[in-house]
Design a protein around this ligand. Structure first.
Ligand code: HEC
Length: 138
């Protein structure tokens, strides 16, 4: 009968595992954005630019409440999704719709592919800041 190390094996995680998980974390989406630094308080300049981009390029399909129009409403998106996922969805939408499970679920619901809006990384970060404000962050 073996009596060595009865329960300790579940405590020690393989040290390599977390590194691998960070790379393949499906909730961060697929694309160039691996890590977003979040600042508090919010950056008001970014919010202003993000709102302008929203008005020009997003509001036809996205409302700021939780109602779906063409695409899902943005209310609470920053608690539903990781910031990296949101930015990859904005910047790399075609690949996301082909390979990311969460994006595919939305596509099934909305029955329309979001067109690539040709935003820069900075633009996408501005929109993210605007979303955080919309979700009540300060
Ligand atoms: C022509 C309509 C359309 C426009 C314009 C559009 N989107 Fe979308 N968006 C969609 C649809 C539809 C989805 C759901 C996924 C799908 O079916 O492609 C979506 C999904 C998203 C999601 C994920 C939403 C969630 O709840 O997880 C984000 C983030 C997003 N869009 C950001 C943007 C941004 C930022 C802009 C403007 C720069 C924009 N979209 C412009 C149609 C649009």
């Amino acid at each position: 009968m073996r009596s060595d190390k009865p329960s300790d094996s579940t405590k020690e995680e393989d040290p390599n595992k977390s590194a691998v998980e960070a790379i393949t974390d499906p909730t961060k989406g697929i694309g160039a954005i691996k890590n977003v630094t979040m600042n508090t308080p919010l950056d008001q300049e970014r919010i202003k630019r993000g709102e302008e981009i929203y008005n020009m390029k997003c509001q036809a399909c996205h409302k700021l409440d939780d109602k779906r129009v063409v695409g899902p409403g943005w209310k609470d998106i920053t608690t539903r999704r990781k910031p990296e996922w949101i930015m990859n969805m904005i910047l790399n939408v075609d690949v996301m719709l082909e390979q990311d499970e969460e994006a595919q679920k939305m596509l099934e619901l909305c029955l329309m592919r979001m067109p690539n809006q040709n935003l820069s990384i900075g633009d996408a970060r501005d929109v993210l800041e605007f979303m955080r404000q919309n979700d009540g962050e300060k």
